[in-house]
Ligand binder design. Structure first.
Ligand code: PMP
Length: 430
C-alpha cells in the first residue's frame, strides 16, 4: 500500500467509490454495535462471579481488627482493603481512604470540597477566587473534563507526548499562573492513548515549581494493574516522588476495582500524604459514617492480595488481548502505510487511540453511526468536547464480541478511508 497523500485525483476518486460500495453493503446490514465506552464484556465480569459467594449468612463477617462489616463504622475503610489499595497505588495503608464504588465520585467530591473549602494548605476556597484553571493533557478522559466544566474550572489543553504530558508546557504554565490549581493525569495506560508516563515526567511533575501554593496533581491511576502483555509498563510511584522532591502534599491518587471486579459495583480508593488524608477525613466524617464494608470484605476475601489481583488481571488480559490484536491487525492491514491514520499499540488499559487526517474525525464518527456503529463522540477526548485538530477517535474494543468487533472496525476503517479520500480530493481541487 502506498501513501494516499501522494495519490492523484483519479486514484482517490476510484478508491472512494470502491470503499463507498463496501460501506453501503455494511449499512444495509442494519448493524447495531456500540463501541463508545470502555466497559468490560460479560466474560470479564464472570471472572469475578465467585465474589458473590464469598460472604455467607452465619459466616465470619468481621474484619481482621474485629469490626462487624454489617454495622456502621470505618470512615476510611477496613484495614485489609486499605492494605490492598496501598499495594495497588504503591503507598502506605495509612495514606489510603477507601470510598464507595466509584473513583470518579471521589475525584468529583475532591474538586467540590476544594471549591467550597480549599485543599490542605489553601489560602482560600477555590470558588472564592476570580478564576480557577486546570491543565488538561489531551487527548484525555472526558469525564475529568466534565467535572471541570460543571464547576466552572477553565481547562487548558496540554499536548500528550509519547511519554506523558508535554512537560515544557506544563512547567511553564504552572510556574506562571497562580490560577492554575491542578492537572489531570491518567499516568498508566492513559485513557485514550495507552501511554505510561516516563520516570522523567513523574519526577518533573513532582519537582516543578507551581505558582499556586495549593497546586494539586489528580493522579487517576485507573489502569494501574490492567496489563495486556507479559512485559507490562512500569510507572514510578508518584507519592514517593513528590515526597522526595519536597512536595509531599502535591498529589491526590485515585483508583478502583471497576475494571478488576465489577464496573459500578467495585471498590474505589484515594491516597495522599498524611496531612492531606487527615484534612480530607475530617470533612468526610460529616458526609458519611462510612462506605460499604461488606463490599470491601468481599473484595479482599476474593482477591487475597496483590498476587491474587495479578493472576486475576492475567485472565482479563487473556480475554482482551485477542480483541486488541484484532483491531490492531485490521488497522495495520487496511490503513498501514496509507498515511491517512496513525494509532497507538498499548501494553494495557482499555483503549486504542486513532488519529485521522486533520479535520476528519467528526465526519468519520457520524458516518460510522449512520451504519449502526456507535463510537465515542469525536472531540470528547478534549476539553469542552472540541478537538482542535478534529482527528482523534477513541476505540474501546473490550465490550463487543469478537465478531461484532470485526464488523465495527471494518466499518470504522471504511469511514476513515472514504472521508480521507474525499478530504484529499477536495484539497486537490482547492
Ligand atoms: N478514570 C478513568 C481514566 C477511567 O477510564 C474510568 C472509566 N473506567 C474511570 C476513572 C471511572 O472509574 P470508576 O468506575 O471507579 O468511577
Amino acid at each position: 500500500m502506498t501513501d494516499w497523500r501522494t495519490w492523484g485525483s483519479e486514484q482517490l476518486t476510484t478508491i472512494a467509490q470502491e470503499k463507498q460500495a463496501a460501506y453501503d453493503e455494511y449499512k444495509s446490514r442494519k448493524l447495531k454495535l456500540d463501541m463508545s465506552r470502555g466497559k468490560p464484556c460479560p466474560e470479564q465480569l464472570d471472572l469475578s462471579g465467585g465474589m458473590l459467594d464469598v460472604l455467607k449468612p452465619g459466616g465470619r463477617l468481621t474484619t481482621e481488627d474485629g469490626t462487624d462489616t454489617r454495622n456502621y463504622g470505618g470512615l476510611d475503610g477496613i484495614p485489609e482493603a486499605k492494605r490492598l489499595f496501598a499495594d495497588i497505588l504503591e503507598v502506605k495503608p495509612e495514606e489510603v481512604i477507601i470510598g464507595g464504588s466509584s473513583s470518579l465520585t471521589m475525584m468529583h467530591d475532591t474538586i467540590a470540597r476544594a471549591m467550597l473549602h480549599g485543599v490542605y494548605g489553601s489560602p482560600a476556597p477555590w470558588a472564592k477566587l476570580p478564576k480557577v484553571k486546570f491543565l488538561c493533557p489531551s487527548p484525555g478522559y472526558d469525564r475529568h473534563f466534565a467535572i471541570c466544566e460543571l464547576f466552572g474550572i477553565e481547562m487548558i489543553i496540554v499536548d500528550m507526548l509519547p511519554d506523558g504530558p508535554d512537560m515544557d508546557q506544563v512547567e511553564k504554565l504552572a510556574a506562571e499562573d497562580e490560577a492554575i490549581k491542578g492537572i489531570w493525569c491518567v499516568p498508566k495506560y492513559s485513557n485514550p492513548d495507552g501511554i505510561t508516563y516516563s520516570d522523567e515526567v513523574v519526577d518533573r511533575l513532582a519537582g516543578m515549581s507551581a505558582k499556586a501554593a495549593d497546586f494539586r496533581i489528580f493522579w487517576d491511576n485507573a489502569y494501574a494493574v490492567h496489563h495486556l502483555t507479559d512485559t507490562p509498563d512500569r510507572l514510578k510511584p508518584m507519592l514517593a516522588a513528590c515526597k522526595a522532591a519536597g512536595h509531599p502534599d502535591r498529589v491526590f491518587l485515585f483508583s478502583s476495582t471497576s475494571k478488576i471486579s465489577f464496573s459500578g459495583a467495585g471498590v474505589a480508593a484515594m491516597a495522599a500524604s498524611a496531612a492531606n488524608i487527615s484534612f480530607i477525613r475530617r470533612q468526610l466524617s460529616v458526609q458519611t459514617i462510612g462506605p460499604d464494608k461488606l463490599n470491601q470484605l468481599r473484595h479482599v476475601r476474593f482477591f487475597g492480595g496483590m498476587d491474587g489481583i495479578r493472576s486475576h488481571m492475567a485472565k482479563h488480559a487473556d480475554i482482551l488481548r485477542p480483541k486488541f490484536d484484532a483491531v490492531l491487525g485490521l488497522l495495520a492491514s487496511e490503513l498501514g502505510d496509507t498515511g491517512i491514520a496513525s494509532w497507538n499499540e498499548p501494553n494495557g488499559g482499555y483503549f486504542i487511540s486513532l488519529n485521522t487526517l486533520d479535520g476528519c474525525a467528526k465526519e468519520v464518527v457520524a458516518m460510522a453511526a449512520e451504519a449502526g456503529v456507535t463510537l465515542t463522540q469525536a472531540g470528547a477526548t478534549f476539553p469542552y468536547g472540541t478537538d482542535p485538530r478534529d482527528r482523534n477517535i477513541r476505540i474501546a474494543p473490550s465490550y463487543p464480541s469478537p465478531e461484532e468487533l470485526q464488523a465495527a472496525i471494518r466499518v470504522l476503517i471504511l469511514c476513515v478511508q472514504i472521508v480521507s479520500a474525499r478530504k484529499l480530493l477536495s484539497a486537490r481541487e482547492a
